[in-house]
Design a protein around this ligand. Structure first.
Ligand SMILES: Cc1cc2nc3c(=O)[nH]c(=O)nc-3n(C[C@H](O)[C@H](O)[C@H](O)COP(=O)(O)OP(=O)(O)OC[C@H]3O[C@@H](n4cnc5c(N)ncnc54)[C@H](O)[C@@H]3O)c2cc1C
Length: 282
């Protein structure tokens, strides 16, 4: 089984700040990490490799320093890693990113055909959740989004069954391979890296592909040229002045809790009490 897992190196958003005057993102000194959602995709792919054998190829488009993120994934047990890196990719929006990644996956498939592609649900910096579906569309793969569990893979029958979390419940979906899964967060627990894999990661030659190696055919579809999206403004949310009100309810009846909450609500919003009284007496 050959699985490709796409990961993005992102700044640790817990440490990002927006400049109060220029409203630009302050990245200086912010450590780069593997997009946390992508680790759930990697773990699910590794579990499939444990069951069926085969290869897990990591794929990342980013600057040269993103190699570190790929090496981290090798230390968890991935087989191989490819960094798609070229100045021509700079300034890519989600359209251009999915175009470049789709071309690279096509090229990977020429070395060994690809059964399954994984992406995270979304990134913690761009946050659009568009890249996975974009790749699936460009490659004609069956798209399964918000997957919480891979239930069954039948390699001979080319069938795949997954659980997908949807509003109000869980869907059980079946489709055919090859497919692309966008993996939901919190659905599995990332394994610890073994000593062997950590040593292998240190030695591993991460392959670097430029635009030609990645098989980019149309240069107008990558980088800034291929990116119609315009970021018109970046700003931080206004800090809230109110603080959360903690209620200890251990010894209270549900009635007491509701009455207490209503009492507090009516104190801060007296018009609500008047409206409620009006409605009840109407
Ligand atoms: C006008 C414009 C200019 C931009 N310029 C730059 C820039 O110069 N430099 C820059 O870093 N960003 C830039 N960005 C941000 C860039 O568009 C996004 O980071 C990128 O397209 C991915 O979108 P996302 O983060 O929303 O990913 P999502 O769609 O939320 O990601 C979903 C999943 O797709 C996969 N994925 C996403 N991106 C990658 C990747 N690069 N490699 C492998 N897998 C991936 C991951 O598995 C991820 O979990 C720019 C955006 C715009 C709109």
């Amino acid at each position: 089984m050959h699985i490709v897992v796409c990961i993005k190196q992102v700044p640790d958003s817990a440490q990002i700040r927006v400049h109060p005057v220029t409203n630009t993102i302050m990245r200086q000194g912010v450590p780069a990490i593997v997009n946390p959602y992508d680790l759930f995709a990697l773990e699910e792919a590794l579990r499939l490799k444990d069951r069926f054998g085969g290869r897990v190829t990591m794929l990342c488009m980013g600057p040269p320093q993103a190699e570190e993120a790929l090496r981290k994934c090798i230390s968890f047990g991935a087989t191989d890693a490819i960094l798609v890196t070229d100045r021509a990719f700079a300034g890519a929006d989600t359209l251009a990113t999915s175009y470049a990644l789709a071309a690279a996956i096509r090229r990977i498939g020429q070395e060994q055909s690809v059964d399954l592609v994984f992406t995270g649900k979304q990134t913690i910096d761009g946050d659009t959740a568009q890249v996975g579906p974009g790749i699936a569309k460009r490659l004609g793969l069956n798209l399964l989004t918000y997957v919480s569990k891979v239930v069954e893979v039948d390699l001979d029958g080319r069938l795949l069954k997954v659980e997908r979390r949807a509003e109000g419940g869980v869907q059980l979906l079946q489709t055919t391979l090859p497919s692309l899964i966008t993996m939901l967060e919190g659905t599995n627990e990332m394994r610890f890296a073994s000593l062997d894999d950590m040593l292998r990661a240190g030695r591993h030659a991460v392959r670097r592909w430029n635009k030609d190696d990645a098989g980019i055919e149309d240069l107008t579809k990558i980088g800034l040229k291929g990116s119609p999206t315009v970021v018109s403004k970046v700003f931080g949310p206004t800090p809230r002045s109110q603080k959360a009100d903690l209620q200890v309810v251990a010894d209270s009846t549900p009635n007491d809790v509701v009455l207490n909450l209503l009492g507090k609500l009516f104190t801060t919003h007296p018009q609500l009490e008047e409206e409620l009284v009006e409605r009840l007496s109407a």
